[in-house]
Design a protein around this ligand. Structure first.
Ligand code: ADP
Ligand code: MG
Length: 710
C-alpha cells in the first residue's frame, strides 16, 4: 500500500540509477515525488482529424500505424512512420531514435503529439511525443493518457530525468495511492475556495484544463506560503517568549553621547534609536533589522544601542562581514566612545591585537588570549570582530546585545544560528540588531525575514549631494585621469576598483580569454604609479594581504597619506573615507548591480560632490548593470532593478535556503502573502503546537527539514 510517507525505495519499477537521481533532487518519499511539480504544461488536449491538420502547430492525432521503418540518410538516423485515421494519413519522423521502431509496431494504435512541419511532400509530424493506446479502452475524454491527447506536464530537466519517465512514475502513484490526508483545516479550504489536496495533486500533474492546473498551483502556493508563515511566526513567538535582559534607557548617557557627535542625528536616525531603545526596555529579546541605504548612518545608531547596554552593565558584540570593516568599526567606536569610559576590543580570527584603554581612545595591541580573557571577565565592554566573534571560543561575561552589520552577506541561515549558539550558553538571549543597506521587499520582510521587526532609515544626512555616475568609454580614459588629478589637487581622494588581484598565469596563456582584458589591481597600481600619476601617492589593497598591512594601508588612506587607493572588492561594503570623492571602477561588468551600488556608496559621504566612473573591459559604453546603476540613484531603485535582473533568490540567499520555487513565485502576490500571514497568526494564537492539525504539523516539519531559516 502506498501512502504519502512511503519510501520511494519501496516503489516497484525504479532502477537504482533513477533512485540516485531522485535522491539528488531530495526526493526520498512518495510525498516528495508528488510535490515535485511540473515547471510548465503543453496543451495536446485537442485531437485533430488527420485531414484537418494545419502546418506549423502543436497538434495531437490519434491513428493506427500503417508502417514504420528506420532510414539512414547520410549520417542521420531517421525513423519514419505512416499513421492513419478514418480521415487520412500523415507521416511522422523522428531523428536519432531508432529504438522507436522496436516500441511502435505496424498495426499499433497511437496518439502522437507534436509540431507539424510543412515539407515538399506535405505536412509531417516532427519528433512527436507518442503514446500507445488500446483502441477498445480508449475513451473520448482521454484522461487516462499520460503523454499525449491532453494537457501534459513538463518537468525540469535536472538530473536528466525525462518528463516522460516522471509522468509514468507519478501517474502510477496517483493511481495506486490509498489515502491522501488533507492537512489544511477544512474551514480554510472552504473559506478560500481551495482545491482539496487529492484533487490538487492530481490536477497539478495531469490537469483536465489549464484553469484546473492554475487552481492546483494556487492551492500549493497558498499551502507553502502558509507553512512558511507558520514557521517564521512560530519562530517569532518562540523568540519573544525567551528571556532577555530589560535595559532601562540611560537617557543622560545617551544624550551626552549624541551631543558629543560632530553632527546632529537625522530624524530617521533618532526614530530608529528610539525604537531600538524602547525594544530593549522589555525583557523579551529584540530582533530588529535596521535598513538604510549606504551612507545613511547606521553605525552611529548601533553605537547608541551598545552604549545603552554598556551603561546598564552589560556587553555588546559588533559583527562585521570583513576584516577591513571590523577594523574600521573598531576604530570608529574607540574614537566616539573615548570619553565614555568604554573599553573596545577587536577580534578578527587572525591577529586580534587591539584594545582601547579607558578614556584615552588610543588602541594598543594585546594578544588574542588576553583579549578573550578580558571579554570573559567583562572588562571589554564592546567586542568588534568578523564572524570569528561568534564562531570562535569567545565567551562573554554578560552579552546584552549582538549587532550584525550588513547581515544579508551572512545569509539567512547563519542569522538565526547565531542567536541559537548564544541561547545555549546563557539562560537569556541577547538582543539582536541586524543592519543592511539592501532594501528588503515587503513580501520578504513578511516571510523570510518575518521573524525580524523592521526599521527603515530613509533620510540621508544633511548636505549630501547626488553622486554623479557615468560609464566612460576608452577614449575618455585620459580625461578621467585628468579629472582625478584635479580632484586630488583640491584635496580630495580617489578609489580605483579592479576585479582581480593579479594577472592569472593560466588564464593569460589561454588565447582569447576574456580574462586577459580584466584589469588586475596590481597591474593597474603599477601603471597608475609609473605612467599616469608619477607624482601622486598611490596605495594597493587586496584581500590576500596580511591583516596588519590592510589595516595600515586603510589607515594611511584615511589619514590622507595616499591620494589614490587601488583596491579589489575588499572595500565593497561599509568602508568610510568621507574625504574620497571619486570611485573609479575597472571591469565594471564583472560586478553585480548591488555590488556596484555598494562601491559607489564609498564616496558621497561628505558635503563634497562625488563621482562614480564605470569602465567596461571592452571599452564600450553599454552594459545592463552599469546602465542600471547610472539610472538608479538610491539603493531602493537599485534593488528594484536587481530584483528584475537576478530575482530574489540570489539576492537574499533564499536560493540556498531551499525555499521551493513555488513559494518564491508566490511571493510576488503580496495579497496572498498578507492573507496567509494572517491565517498563520490566527492558527497559532489558538493552537501554538498545531495539536488540532497534526497533518499540517507534519507538513511544517518536512518543510523545516528542507528550508534552512535557522
Ligand atoms: P552606513 O549606513 O552606510 O553604515 P555609516 O554609519 O558608515 O553609514 O555613516 C556614513 C558616514 O556618515 C560616516 O562618516 C558617518 O560618520 C556620517 N554620518 C552618520 N550620521 C550622520 C549625520 N546625522 N550627519 C552627518 N554625517 C553623518
Ligand atoms: Mg555600514
Amino acid at each position: 500500500m502506498i501512502t504519502l510517507d512511503s519510501d520511494i525505495n519501496f516503489l516497484p519499477g525504479i532502477p537504482t540509477v533513477y533512485r540516485k537521481k531522485l535522491k539528488n533532487l531530495e526526493i526520498n518519499k512518495v510525498r516528495d515525488l508528488l510535490f515535485y511539480f511540473p515547471t510548465r504544461y503543453q496543451d495536446f488536449s485537442k485531437l485533430i482529424e488527420i485531414k484537418n491538420i494545419p502546418a506549423n502547430q502543436d497538434v495531437s492525432i490519434r491513428g493506427q500505424i500503417l508502417e514504420i521503418k528506420n532510414n539512414f540518410i547520410r549520417r542521420y538516423k531517421i525513423t519514419s512512420a505512416l499513421i492513419s485515421d478514418e480521415t487520412g494519413n500523415i507521416k511522422a519522423t523522428w531523428f536519432g531514435q531508432t529504438y522507436l521502431s522496436k516500441i511502435l509496431k505496424k498495426g499499433d494504435w497511437v496518439i502522437l503529439a507534436g509540431k507539424t512541419v510543412q515539407t515538399k511532400s506535405g505536412i509531417h509530424l516532427s519528433n512527436p511525443i507518442y503514446e500507445k493506446i488500446d483502441p477498445q479502452e480508449f475513451d473520448s475524454n482521454h484522461l487516462n493518457l499520460m503523454h499525449t491527447g491532453r494537457i501534459i506536464p513538463i518537468y525540469s530537466q535536472s538530473q536528466k530525468l525525462s518528463s516522460r519517465w516522471i509522468r509514468k512514475i507519478i501517474s502510477g502513484i496517483l493511481n495506486e495511492i490509498s489515502d491522501i490526508n488533507e492537512y489544511l483545516p477544512e474551514n480554510i479550504i472552504k473559506e478560500h475556495n481551495l482545491l482539496d489536496l487529492k484533487t490538487a495533486l492530481s490536477q497539478v500533474h495531469f490537469p483536465d484544463s489549464m484553469e484546473k492546473a492554475k487552481l492546483a498551483q494556487q492551492r500549493f502556493a497558498f499551502d507553502e506560503l502558509l507553512v512558511l508563515e507558520l514557521l517564521v511566526i512560530k519562530e517569532k513567538i518562540k523568540n519573544s517568549a525567551q528571556d532577555s535582559i530589560a535595559f532601562p534607557i540611560k537617557l543622560e548617557a545617551v544624550q551626552s553621547f549624541v551631543k558629543s557627535l560632530p553632527f546632529p542625528l537625522t530624524d530617521d536616525q533618532k526614530k530608529a534609536v528610539w525604537r531600538i531603545l524602547k525594544d530593549m526596555e522589555s525583557p523579551s529579546p529584540m530582533s530588529r533589522l535596521l535598513e538604510g541605504d549606504v551612507g545613511s548612518g547606521k553605525t552611529v545608531v548601533a553605537a547608541i544601542a551598545c552604549l545603552n547596554v554598556i551603561k546598564n552593565g552589560y556587553q555588546a558584540a559588533f559583527m562585521a562581514p570583513t576584516e577591513i570593516l571590523a577594523i574600521q568599526h573598531f576604530k570608529t567606536l574607540s574614537k566616539i566612545f573615548a570619553g565614555f569610559n568604554i573599553n573596545v576590543g577587536l577580534l578578527t580570527g587572525k591577529q586580534d591585537k587591539f584594545m582601547s584603554k579607558k578614556l584615552k581612545g588610543q588602541p594598543i595591541e594585546i594578544s588574542k588570549k588576553k583579549l578573550i580573557e578580558k571579554t570573559e571577565e567583562g572588562e571589554i565592554n564592546i567586542l568588534v570582530g568578523t564572524h570569528a566573534l561568534i564562531k570562535g571560543k569567545v565567551k562573554f561575561k554578560d552579552l546584552g546585545i549582538l549587532i550584525i552589520d550588513e547581515q544579508h552577506r551572512f545569509g539567512v541561515a547563519q542569522r538565526a544560528s547565531l542567536i541559537k549558539e548564544r541561547k545555549q550558553k546563557k539562560t537569556y538571549v541577547p538582543h539582536l540588531l541586524s543592519m543592511t543597506a539592501t532594501p528588503i521587499p515587503r513580501s520578504l520582510a513578511l516571510t523570510v525575514y518575518g521573524d525580524l521587526d523592521l526599521t527603515i532609515i530613509k533620510q540621508m544626512p544633511e548636505g549630501r549631494k547626488k553622486i554623479i555616475t557615468q560609464i566612460i568609454t576608452e577614449e575618455k580614459r585620459q580625461n578621467t585621469y585628468d579629472f582625478i588629478a584635479d580632484e586630488i589637487k583640491s584635496g580630495r581622494q580617489a578609489f580605483v576598483i579592479c576585479p582581480r588581484i593579479q594577472e592569472n598565469k593560466d588564464q593569460k596563456e589561454k588565447k582569447n580569454s576574456s580574462w586577459e582584458d580584466v584589469k588586475s589591481a596590481t597591474k593597474v597600481f603599477c601603471h597608475l604609479q609609473e605612467k599616469i600619476f608619477p607624482n601622486l601617492k598611490i596605495a594597493l589593497l587586496h584581500g590576500k594581504m596580511p591583516i596588519k598591512e590592510k589595516d595600515k594601508t586603510m589607515q594611511n588612506f584615511k589619514d590622507k597619506k595616499y591620494d589614490i587607493l587601488v583596491s579589489t572588492s575588499v572595500v565593497e561594503v561599509g568602508v568610510d573615507v568621507p574625504n574620497a570623492t571619486v570611485m573609479m571602477i575597472e571591469g565594471a561588468e564583472r560586478f553585480g548591480l548591488a555590488q556596484l551600488h555598494q562601491f559607489r556608496g564609498r564616496v558621497g559621504r561628505s558635503q563634497y560632490q562625488s563621482y562614480c566612473f564605470l569602465f567596461l573591459s571592452d571599452g564600450s559604453s553599454s552594459n545592463e548593470r552599469s546602465l542600471a546603476l547610472v539610472k538608479s540613484e538610491t539603493g531602493f531603485a537599485v534593488a528594484q532593478k536587481d530584483l528584475e535582473i537576478r530575482g530574489p533568490g540570489e539576492i537574499f540567499g533564499t536560493k540556498q535556503s531551499g525555499i521551493p520555487d513555488i513559494v518564491m513565485s508566490a511571493l510576488k502576490d503580496i495579497e496572498l502573502v498578507e492573507k496567509t500571514r494572517q491565517i498563520a497568526k490566527e492558527i497559532l494564537i489558538s493552537d501554538q503546537h498545531l495539536k488540532k492539525y497534526p497533518e499540517l504539523a507534519k507538513r511544517l516539519n518536512s518543510f523545516k527539514e528542507k528550508v534552512h531559516l535557522e
